[in-house]
Design a protein around this ligand. Structure first.
Ligand SMILES: NC(=O)c1ccc[n+]([C@@H]2O[C@H](COP(=O)([O-])OP(=O)(O)OC[C@H]3O[C@@H](n4cnc5c(N)ncnc54)[C@H](O)[C@@H]3O)[C@@H](O)[C@H]2O)c1
Length: 247
C-alpha cells in the first residue's frame, strides 16, 4: 500500500496513536502536516520522520482555538501544495477518570467536551470545504467505544466521544454527496500515555495489583491503530463506510 502523492493532516501527532499514525503515513510516502500543542514531543517525532527521509512539518495548533485552526489549515494547505486529501484527527484528552458524578467539576467537563468534541468540529469545519470543492477527501475522527458502546471511566470523556460519533454521522451524510468519505474510529484499549495514566490511577485508588496487571497486559499497540488509520487514508478503503472498531 502506498500513500505517495497524498496530502495528509494528522492532529495529536506528538504522542500515542497520533504519533504512530504520523510515522506510518509518512513511511508510506504521504506528505504530512502534523498538528499538536506539545511542541517538544511533536518536534522530536517530526525530526524522526524527516531523519528517515519522510516529508513532514509541524504546526502548533490548539484545536479549540478557531482562529488558530483556520490559519494553520490555510498555512498547512499551502505547504502541502494544495488542500489536504486526508484528515486523521486524533487530538484528544481524558480527564475526570473515576470522579463521582456528585463531585465532577464543571471545568473538567468543559475542558474535555471542548477539546474532544468542539475540537473535532472546528478541525472538520476548516478542512472539509476544500475537500468538498475538490470533490474528494477522507476525514477520520477519533471517537471511542467509551462513548459508543459504553464503559468510560469519565462522565465527560464518554460523553465527548459519543458526541464525536454523532458528529461523524452527520458529517458522513452531508459530505458523501461531495465525494468526501467520513469515518469515526473507536480504538480499543491502546498502550498510550492517556490510557496508562488512567490504569495507574485505578491502581492507586484500589490497590488491586492483579487487575492492574491484567489491564496492562490487555492493551494493544498504537501501531495497530495506525495501520487502520493509514488504510482508511488510502484509496484501498474507498468502499468502506462508517464507524470502525478495533480491538
Ligand atoms: N489510548 C486509548 O486506549 C484510546 C482508546 C479510544 C480512543 N482514544 C482516543 O485516541 C486519540 C489519541 O489518544 P492517545 O491515547 O494516543 O492519547 P495521547 O495523550 O498519547 O495523545 C493525545 C495527543 O493529543 C494532543 N492534544 C491534546 N489536547 C490538544 C489540543 N487542545 N490541541 C491539539 N492537540 C492536543 C496531545 O498533546 C497528545 O499529543 C484521542 O482522541 C483518544 O481519546 C484512545
Amino acid at each position: 500500500m502506498s500513500l505517495k502523492g497524498k496530502r495528509v493532516i494528522v492532529t495529536g501527532a506528538a504522542s500515542g496513536i497520533g504519533r504512530a499514525t504520523l510515522l506510518k503515513v509518512a513511511a508510506l510516502g504521504a506528505r504530512v502536516a502534523a498538528f499538536d500543542v506539545n511542541d517538544a514531543e511533536a518536534r522530536r517525532v517530526v525530526d524522526e520522520v524527516t531523519g528517515a527521509g519522510g516529508d513532514c512539518r509541524y504546526w502548533h495548533v490548539d484545536v479549540v482555538n478557531e482562529d488558530e485552526v483556520r490559519t494553520t489549515v490555510d498555512e498547512a494547505s499551502a505547504w502541502l501544495g494544495g488542500a489536504a486529501d486526508v484528515l486523521l484527527h486524533l487530538a484528544g484528552i481524558l480527564k475526570g477518570a473515576r470522579v463521582d458524578l456528585a463531585t465532577f467539576p464543571e471545568a473538567t467537563w468543559d475542558d474535555v467536551i471542548d477539546v474532544n468534541l468542539k475540537g473535532s468540529f472546528l478541525v472538520s469545519k476548516h478542512v472539509a470545504p476544500a475537500m468538498q470543492q475538490a470533490g474528494a477527501g477522507v476525514i477520520v475522527l477519533t471517537a471511542s467505544g467509551a462513548g459508543v458502546t459504553g464503559g468510560s471511566s469519565s462522565y465527560a470523556y464518554g460523553s465527548s466521544k459519543g458526541g464525536v460519533h454523532g458528529l461523524a454521522m452527520v458529517l458522513r451524510a452531508n459530505l458523501a454527496p461531495y465525494g468526501v468519505r467520513v469515518h469515526d474510529i473507536c480504538p480499543g484499549n491502546v498502550v498510550t500515555p492517556m490510557k496508562v495514566s488512567v490504569i495507574e490511577k485505578t491502581l492507586i485508588d484500589t490497590g488491586d495489583q492483579a487487575a492492574y496487571e491484567a489491564e496492562m497486559a490487555g492493551l494493544v499497540r498504537p501501531e495497530g491503530i495506525a495501520n487502520v488509520m493509514a488504510w482508511l487514508a488510502s484509496d484501498e478503503a474507498a468502499d468502506v463506510t462508517g464507524t470502525i472498531f478495533t480491538r
